[in-house]
Design a protein around this ligand. Sequence first.
Ligand code: FES
Length: 224
Amino acid sequence: MSDFIKHPVVSLPDRAPEPVFSKEELVFTEAEKEQIEAFRAQYPTPESAVMKTFWLAQEKFGFLPPEVIRLAADTLGIPFSLAYGVATFYTQYYKAQKGKYVLDVCTCFSCQLCGGYDMLRYLEEKLDIREGETTEDGLFTIQGAECLGACGTAPMLQVTNGPYVHNLSREKLDALIDALKAGKKPPFVSVTLPQDEDDLGGNRRSDAEATEVGQTPPAAETFE
Ligand code: FES
């Protein structure tokens, strides 16, 4: 066997780990089933409702181990393999227990060029954990993330599938960690970039303004 196959570059999740939830715990309530049925009714095929069903399941169980993915698939009547593929594609669906605050630091192209990895490494140092790990007090998990669609304010991060923190610096990260430790979530910040290159003034990153728009459901509503 080649070294590549023995040591894949991407670590694959274990498809059949010990179940976390008992059979008794692993059920949707009648109200949740009704909600999933309502999701299903919004689309021509049940497969299309899998993402909303996962959000509901993640809100309920905290994360999506294989048995929860199977529960969602069975409830929708779709193949486990299809549901598993969706759940493992998106970092926003947690395949393992996470900390109260999940800090998704974007390390994709724009953020990488603007210091995304520096921000990630700084957080690792500050919280004394490595990427993918959770602090002992269960408060923080750090993850590297692919493009989160806010390249104009790189480098940036997202807090637990909710608010974005733009134009990161070490000072901003210090303030963010202090605020989260005090239970204060960052505000939603929507950034409007000028459409005309002449308006840019040479610095897209100076154009941030706080607004009420651009909120990211559904974790946002349950953020504490
Ligand atoms: S590259 Fe980071 S948000 Fe797009």
